[in-house]
Write a protein that binds this ligand. Structure first.
Ligand code: ATP
Ligand code: MG
Length: 439
């Protein structure tokens, strides 16, 4: 059977092949990036996860059988090549391979649905339809290397700070904050929903005695958005901690974002370069402005906004233009925030809720939570929700619930900031939006 690995194994990645290895026999494996057949000599560029290496086959030096095999190559096919390393000042990285044995592992059909060598630019929809090909571009895979590093740092950060990693159900019986933005599903003989946030579960966990928890998981929102910053399935980084308030948790969030940026600058230099993106380490601490101050700024920029409204897109933009990169927006009006947010003792129309913004993009919402059963029931009723629907959540507040606070960060939105892309779809391998359910 053709195309088997058998006893072929890669000895080197493209990036590790240098003129120092001249004379050595090596095996490389990867995709055929470019073929140039000049008759008397064939040049092939092979690409693997680390970069490119040139295969040079002069007809005088190479067995005719090998030349015949090389002429079967098609762009983007997967090949393994055994050969000798040779220094060459004409090849990329001053090194090339003279082939001795060829193994075609998988031939790619032609024409390709899109060009992964970027010679022809493709629209985002074409790219997402053939995402596996799109990801073969180094500037596209760079986005996911940065996202992966971000998630790695985030996990590390939580573990170092004593947070327990938890996984809560994504099949839920009732809404977190209200009923309008949920995907209903059939759960045997009942109706259920896809979870829009782990909020209620991470709060229940505060009553379990474990103190600090975090979760990195999917959230589902049925909003009919068609924007560059909303998806119907997103990743949320959620944290909740007992015996802390919103200010304490803002510090935790600030420290986490700072660590992420430090690590990405350290471990993803090449990826930032590929994306032509600079990511300066932000000054600490992030500035804070109150909602009241924000309303004044927004109005002073000619965008009309009443006290008590949520920020419109125009308002977010006006504010983003006047603020530093990262900033906290604090003391939100109580009624625009969910029932589990703690009202201010001195003025209950205001709350201990905050958002973390990057320019005009909301990255996170958080708050000191209500931990008193009676206030919580009151606030549920004030929002025309039925406390009975929250029985299993409310129960956790009746038998010893510590004061607590927390936040949720959109991992995909954070990735937009880290990579400099302006469409959230770029930061998700297989995005789910109003019009896309495949691949
Ligand atoms: P927005 O006002 O921008 O729609 P939100 O206030 O509804 O966001 P929250 O419920 O506060 O969002 O969720 C916490 C975080 O999760 C947000 O700050 C954002 O980073 C992320 N997030 C929320 N909804 C989405 C979505 N539809 N797509 C991608 N990320 C989202
Ligand atoms: Mg929010």
């Amino acid at each position: 059977m053709e195309g088997l690995l058998n006893n072929w194994r890669r000895t080197n990645y493209a990036k590790n092949i240098t003129p120092k290895l001249t004379g050595e026999e090596i095996i490389i494996m990867g995709w055929v990036h470019e073929i140039r057949d000049l008759g008397g000599i064939i040049f092939i560029l092979v690409r693997d996860t680390t970069g490119m290496i040139q295969i040079t086959a002069p007809s005088k030096k190479v067995d005719p059988k090998i030349l015949e095999e090389l002429r079967k190559f098609r762009k983007e096919s997967v090949v393994a090549i055994k050969g000798t390393v040779q220094e060459s000042n004409k090849a990329p990285n001053n090194v090339e391979i003279i082939p001795q044995e060829i193994n075609i592992l998988s031939l790619a059909n032609q024409p390709l649905p899109m060009d992964p060598t970027e010679k022809v630019k493709a629209e985002i929809d074409t790219r997402l339809d053939s995402r596996f090909l799109d990801l073969r571009k180094s500037n596209i895979s760079a986005i996911f290397k940065i996202k992966s590093q971000m998630l790695h740092t985030v996990r590390d950060f939580f573990y170092k700070n004593g947070f327990l990693e938890i996984s809560t159900p994504k099949l839920v019986a009732s809404a977190t904050e209200g009923g309008t933005e949920l995907f209903p599903i059939t759960y045997f003989e009942k109706e259920a929903f896809l979870g829009q946030s782990p909020q209620l579960y991470k709060q229940i966990m505060m009553s379990s005695g474990v103190d600090k928890v975090f979760e990195i998981g999917q959230i589902f929102r049925a909003e009919e958005h068609d924007t560059l910053r909303h998806l119907n399935e997103a990743i949320s980084i959620d944290a909740e901690a007992s015996f802390m308030d919103g200010n304490d948790m803002m510090k935790v969030l600030n420290n986490m974002i700072e660590q992420v940026i430090i690590d990405i600058n350290e471990y993803c230099k090449e990826e930032l370069e590929l994306l032509d993106h600079k990511l300066p380490i932000p000054d600490k601490p992030f500035p804070k402005i109150t909602y009241d101050e924000a309303v004044d700024i927004i109005n002073s920029k000619g965008i009309e906004m009443e006290w008590g409204e949520d920020l419109s897109r125009a308002a977010e933009k006006a504010l983003g233009n006047t603020m530093d990169d990262f900033y906290f927006l604090t003391e939100w009006p109580s009624h625009v925030k969910p029932f589990y947010v703690m009202p201010c003792a001195h003025d209950p129309t205001k709350s201990h809720a905050f958002d973390l913004m990057y320019k005009n993009l909301e990255l996170s919402s958080g708050a000191t939570r209500v931990h008193q059963y009676n206030i919580l029931v009151e606030q549920i009723k004030e929002r025309d929700l039925n406390p009975d629907a929250f029985n299993s959540y409310l129960k956790a507040f009746e038998y010893g619930m510590p004061p607590h606070a927390g936040w949720g960060v959109g991992a995909d939105r954070l990735t937009m900031v880290l990579t400099g892309v302006n469409n959230i779809r770029e930061t998700v391998l297989f995005p789910r939006d109003r019009h896309r359910l495949t691949p």
